[in-house]
Write a protein that binds this ligand. Structure first.
Ligand code: 13P
Length: 285
């Protein structure tokens, strides 16, 4: 079913698992991502940055996600990731996105509260879910760098959600966007304190750099949405380089692109399976 983030996270909260949220970077990636989630019976959040949304076309993304969600027996949420402008949020909602993230984390607290509330009011009217953020996540995403993240303080998170009733809350616990060469030291104690301070389902960004062995601990501490982006780009690009580099220029494109899509599906199947609660196994190099 094509659905919003709220019921998907409510079910994850009830049963006690985490939902994988995977960044699509082109339209090609979307069908294999949804099919991979179907294979293991997990709900999936397909998310795009505003930049990718404009590159692919918001309506095109909605059309593919909607039609696949109807054909495949799996819950699919289409989510706008890290939107900082109201225009992007309005356009995504008008196009049919079922969920949006408003990222006001770089603004002063009061401004983040006021802007997040405006987005929630607008989105709720249209039946769309909203994720907000408190604390900032460092690293590089879509070429935009935030030098140093600022860890989320539990008291500040509690004060924030008292005023901002969103469907999901992104928190900063030591992860960084775009870190694919090493693993991040996440602050599980901080996460536990945030979890005890706020009832909202928590979101971890910068998932590529998180050790898979830590997933169980994250789920146990209230993480219900977990974002993975860079690992999919790396998987797609490596497979595409291999195939494009090994074939003649006139080779049918699908011969080169299908292996790249398969590599993405493999990552989604693996991660979504782990999020549903299977035992972590050794990660590929
Ligand atoms: P990574 O690219 O580090 O996996 O982070 C993805 C993300 O958090 C998207 O918001």
């Amino acid at each position: 079913m094509y659905t919003t983030l709220a019921p998907v996270l409510a079910e994850a909260q009830r049963v006690g698992y985490t939902v994988g949220a995977f960044n699509a970077h082109n339209l090609e990636m979307v069908p294999p991502m949804i099919a991979a989630a179907r294979d293991i019976g997990a709900p999936i959040v397909i998310q795009t940055s505003p930049g990718t949304a404009r590159y692919v076309g918001m309506k095109n993304l909605v059309a593919v996600c909607r039609s696949m969600a109807e054909d495949e027996i799996v819950d699919v949420v289409l989510h706008l990731d890290h939107a900082t402008s109201l225009t992007d949020i309005r356009d995504a909602i008008d196009a049919g996105y079922s969920s949006v993230m408003f990222d006001g984390s770089s603004r002063p607290f009061a401004e983040n509260v006021a802007a997040s509330r405006r987005v929630i009011e607008f989105a709720r009217e249209k039946g769309v879910s909203v994720e907000v953020e408190i604390g900032t996540i460092g690293g590089t995403e879509e070429g935009i760098s935030v030098a140093h993240g600022q860890l989320t303080q539990p008291e500040e998170a509690a004060a924030f959600v008292e005023q901002v009733q969103a469907d999901a809350l992104a928190v900063s616990i030591g992860t960084h966007h775009g870190s694919y060469k090493g693993k991040t030291a996440i602050d599980l104690d901080l996460l536990q304190r945030i979890h005890e301070a706020v009832p909202t389902p928590l979101v971890v960004h910068g998932g590529t750099g998180v050790d898979e062995a830590d997933y169980t601990a994250l789920t146990a501490r209230g993480v219900r949405k977990f974002n993975v982006g860079t690992e999919l780009i790396v998987a797609w690009t490596r497979a595409a380089k291999r195939t494009f580099g090994a074939t003649e220029d006139h080779t049918s494109l699908r011969n080169n692109i299908v292996p790249a899509n398969d590599a993405v599906a493999e990552v989604v199947r693996r991660k979504a399976g782990l999020f549903l609660g299977s035992t972590p196994v050794a990660q590929a190099a």
